[in-house]
Design a protein around this ligand. Sequence first.
Ligand SMILES: Cc1ncc(COP(=O)(O)O)c(C=O)c1O
Length: 414
Amino acid sequence: MPQQVQTGNGAQLFSNPRAASADQEYGPALREILSRHAFVSAREAITQWPGYQPTALHELNSLAQSLGVAQVYYKDESTRFGLGSFKALGGAYAVNRLLVRELRRKLGNPQLDVADLARAECQAAVRDITVTCATDGNHGRSVAWGARNAGCRCVIYIHETVSKGREDAIASYGATVVRVPGNYDDAVRRAAEDAATHGYFVVSDTSYPGYMDVPRDVMQGYSVMVQEALDQIGDKGLPTHVFIQGGVGGLAAAVCAHLWETLGARRPKIIVVEPEKADCLFQSAVAGKPVAVTGDLDTLMAGLACGEVSLLAWDILLPGAAAFMTIPDETAPDAMRRLAQGGTGDRPIVAGESAVAGVAAARIVAADNGWREALGMDEGSRLLFFASEGDTDPELYQRIVGRSAAEVLALEAV
Ligand SMILES: Cc1ncc(COP(=O)(O)O)c(C=O)c1O
């Protein structure tokens, strides 16, 4: 693969020169971050939550045809636990794990586990615990939901431009929502200050020096989704490529790690996709080390508007990702509408702004022979997408697609 940044169609592609060879094992250092061993505990806990059901994996033949590939597997996270995004798996699981750590200390019982949280003694003790985070929507919703289910208190910080719809969704789980002037980073700072003042526990989805346990649990929760996809694909033919959207990189790292450890040399190529205005993973890949991106990070793909990589995620993606891409904002609405319309035989699908980045990137690659070749994408390829959210901002969704989610779902596949 060539190693320089390639540009075209408003997008950029960087083939990762630091990617491990296909036969390189998922080694012990990586297993310290995410592992199948820890995945088993996450799956045990999450599948016990009320309402658990694997989300659907669709095969979109018409989309595959238009991309010039053999198959498209589309994992649809719009129905995850009724929260509308894959994030339901991560924040809520991290809340559980944090409460267990805290209760072990408080109650002096090192054997205590997630399953014990429902016991009366634990329920009484968690009522005094407050979890908190800053969010632009989906993560905060997951933390608030997890807190409500576990019976602890929750304060969520949102910034100026988070929509009222997203605020209401978080508040509906009983969390106190605090709107902070400024951007996401201002909300992060305020959450940290208030946590220090009031003794709240921060449940962040991004890791930094000295703060690793919680974001590791968040990512490990996501791996449940990845295994579901593998189970659903079964013997239909493993994916050859995964185009996965990146914010701080937690989702992409969870996907990469689980597929690498599980499939070894048969693992697909991971292509990490970001909006051009919030491309911290891309810039870090080019630099070969974590690089912060500044500016207003203003992108329609709100869940991907991140300026700094999560260090744990980065440690996995540096050897694990085959390539990094940036895409322009205007490709997202197009992809949302394409999925909503369905196609010959493809069902209409509700996918939010951040969910479609992978599909949008694959469409760009499909249209460029040089990029197809650079990624080894051809008529035999099988693409896997993790469509990470549905209409988590219903008003915005309707404005972009011209129909509500309910109207889209009512359309017959043509
Ligand atoms: C819908 C959606 N997709 C993808 C992401 C990216 O996840 P990460 O920040 O772990 O890279 C997010 C993050 O909030 C999101 O909300």
